[in-house]
Design a protein around this ligand. Sequence first.
Ligand SMILES: [Zn+2]
Length: 530
Amino acid sequence: MTNEQKRYKSWPFEEAARIVRAGRGRLPETAVFETGFGPSGLPHIGTFAEVARTTWVRRAYEHVTGGKTALVAFSDDLDGLRKVPDNMPNAGMLREHLGKPLSDIPDPYGCCASYSGHMNGRLREFLDAFGFECCFRSSSEAYRRGDFNAGIKILLDNVEKVLEVILPTLQEENRERWSPFLPKCERCGKVYTTRVTAHRKDADAVDYRCDTPFGDVPGCGHTGTASIYNGGVKMGWKVDWALRWYCYGVSYEMYGKDLIPSAELSSRIVAIMGGKEPCGFFYELFLDEAGEKISKSRGNGVSVEQWLAYAPVESLAHFIYRDPRQAKKLYFEMIPRAMDEYLDQLRRYPEMEEGKRPDSPLWHIHRAGASVPSYASSVNFTMVNNLVAALGTSDRDLLLGFLRRYDPAVERFPEILGPLVDKGLRYYNDHILPNKRHRAPSDAERPLFLALRSKLSGPGVDGLDEKALQSLVFDVAREHGIEPPEFFAAIYQVLLGQERGPRFGSFARLVGIERVIALIDEHAGVSSSP
Ligand SMILES: [Zn+2]
């Protein structure tokens, strides 16, 4: 291992070093990275995360080895339709096709050649939209083209060994009828209603009978023989995964924690074939606020589209980057913090030593450090939200005016400031405004607001910095024998209608003393100067 490899500590570099140690990246061979997609539904945040993370490992590997790489995005569109997904149009039509390969089922949206054609198209658009460079492969095309013929022949010749691995993992009653080969019934077109009655090594074929009910879908009773070549059969899931590793020479693949047992079995199968499993890496799944697994059909959590409505894609990438082994909760209220953490990283990046930059998340997110934007302003997402709350306006130019006055440097970063204001406004209107409840000050609190107003109206206040403004609140609290945190909380609740709020000093500087006084007059019922 080179010194450079040892030097970098961030997880994509550790993964890259693991690929080298495992001998899965022998130069000058191209190291193949793979990511899988189940096209029974549309791409979601898990798809985004898996492709993004795999891309980061890929770039780190290229950086330390100088080797060539490829990323295969593989769509399992030869899988059968197991159930009609919720929220899918034409459910009645789809029910007729249960058990058939996704690539043989009409598009429920009516625009593409098949069900999986539609989902694959959306996946490719999705990958392109984020600039992920990968080579898309469809399972049905790969089988038909013969990509897997040689591997399937090995599996047929060694079918007893494959059975030895898989059968003990099945329930007793399923063992006798099980085969790694799933022939497509030539009469009814289903793959989940057939069972293999003989493995015919001499003929490179399997005999089958279409008589196994799949849920309440019956078989058609047909008896036939299917060639193992060019899509006559597909392989059952764990064997299919091993087949792909073997035939494409996959060096690296990530998967969700739920697939660990499958990956173990697939590794044993690829060994039977005389191949080697890729370096694997499992990641934790995304959860919603309550800790439940995110599901597209239930609509919990946050989708990629929803996130992008409120914050730019870099903030999502930054959120996904951190510790893939930690389960991440995904809900709307965390978007402001995620965005501000990303901006913090941007501010710090130029100060980092050049040699340490590859360990920054920004280096990975922004094309191996090639396109890290500069940002030297204190304006952030939370600030935009506070400003909208204080001004009670959705006027973009007015907001920009306030932000420029607060920090003139922000002017130099229009490509960050623009989305920050637009998306911040949308976030405020959709997620903060509906929950705002201004409460009236209590009789005990009213004199404090009056005293604060009086101090803010005093001479020389306009010239005070954030710290001095902040200490005005402490002074008022102390003079009235109240704990400062209590008064701060009252300020948020009464003036902003929020449970939490910004640091008072920064807030007063941002919105201006005059506006703070107006807020006190409006919400604390103090309308005349003392
Ligand atoms: Zn049939």
